[in-house]
Design a protein around this ligand. Sequence first.
Ligand SMILES: NC(=[NH2+])NCCC[C@H](N)C(=O)O
Length: 582
Amino acid sequence: MQELKEQWKDIIAASLKKAAAQAGIEMDDPRTRIIVETPPKPEMGDLAFPMFPFARDFRKAPPAIAADIAASLGSDIPGEAKTAGPYINIFISRQAVFQSVLQSVGEKKDDYGRTGSLKGEKVMIEFSSPNTNKPLHLGHLRNDILGESTARILEAAGAEVMKVNLINNRGVHICKSMLAYSKFGKGETPESTGVKGDHFVGDYYVKYNNWAKEDSSADGQAQEMLKKWEDGDSATRELWKTMNKWTLDGINQTYEKTDISFDRFYFESETYLSGKDIVLKGLEDGHFYKDDDGSIRLDMSDIGLDTKVLLRGDGTSVYVTQDLGTAIARHGDFPFDRLIYVVGNEQEYHFKVLFHTLKKLGYEWADQLYHLSYGMVNLPEGKMKSREGTVVDADDLLAQLEELVVEEIKTKGREEELDDVTGTAHAIALGALNYYLLHISPLKDMVFNPKESLSFNGNTGPYMQYMGARISSMLRKYEEGDYSGGAFKPELLASPEAWELVKLIGAYPGMVDQAASEMNPSVIASFVYELSRNFSRFYHENPILNNDDADLIVTRIELSKAVLQVLKNAFKLINIRFLEKM
Ligand SMILES: NC(=[NH2+])NCCC[C@H](N)C(=O)O
């Protein structure tokens, strides 16, 4: 579509130039001044060129220019031109659209939809950022898919993207599971018990909490352990290393299973001291002030907020201190133009403070920091068991989804057909989860409904995977069968369903740009749904292989191939696995 728009701009520019030359008027290159709009109603055409910008050149009213230019276009153009007051409205020839869109997809293949709108921009995106005292939960799954998908979309729009994770591996909560392990662990390990490392450590965190209910000295002991850790006590550090590795190994397995990856990990154990010097320097430079209690504070009355402690009176850091140091260090590691933090909306205040402080300190990139905030995600009341009664464990949830899919595959009698039932079930479960988590705008709270997410019919991941598998199976049949002799003839694609499909395919690169500029994967999710639904309609109304016309078969197959290619490309952006069969 973009190509056609450009082609039409060229045509209009050439006519303007010619008309100017004939009238003996000197005119700057009109192409740069041409405006292209979309008419308010489809009946009015596909493109509209207003003639206002050229009134001065021609010393004529825009409607008169429009009439002259439209009349001069002749008949040798890929479509039709009509005037409407000061506008030249263009009805693009459908044949030209089919030709151009399908050719573009066929040439670019996996790269169709890779645009250059963010070319040259360096973006760092932080997501997931779990703590090492527990495994991942449902909230992390929403965070992970938002981060991963946004990163892939920005990359498709041409940005250079660096995905980072900030592991919170220090603090009293970490010491709590360590303390419980040293009390009740009896030397057991994830290996000796066969429990996945993150769950193993998480279970000791639960044990700690149960123990602390009985023993009032527990919290004091945990604080003592933190002090020892900070002093570098070797036994404490050893235990910490061992247990952190268990958790991280487990968490990394979950990332791998869910197709989430990072370019770099930051660890709070290494960053937690950073920021102190920055705060002290900021005090010296007069950006902050020292309160009566000795704490260093930022006055935020200029943005309608209270004061904020940046460093406690005893010289210890608070949450934001670390983030100040980390942001500055990251800009040193990778001089980003934009840094995105994917973090739940309960931390909105934290990021307001962080960004405002960095701005106060004069970092010019502070305006390019962005909190990609998202709402809570819950399960429907009483629908699925959860580990500790409150949070829904990520691994458990996935396993239960997979079980449901395997059941469905068995009920449908599809086992024979599939080469790898477990692998397919995993891909479907993941597709269901990811699509469901992405199809709503990030800011909204949501209820994840497992049954609904798995429906093969409706606005779900499996429905779209199924559409991909259906096209694939048809293409296999086409390749294997005897359908030779036909030729691609775009004029045969005359149905309204085909027209809707090709318009969608042509709109895809623009969707990528929109999703990138809004940092909102739900744009791609909705697009994939539209494309799937429209293919289904097309398929229903326009028999593809069941045809006597060899040209028609080839032509509809070509359109189907393009749909499949775009589906695959869009799936990648929202982290849905494509399945040849399901
Ligand atoms: N740069 C940041 N502060 N990122 C968010 C960290 C989230 C933190 N680990 C938590 O679990 O709440």
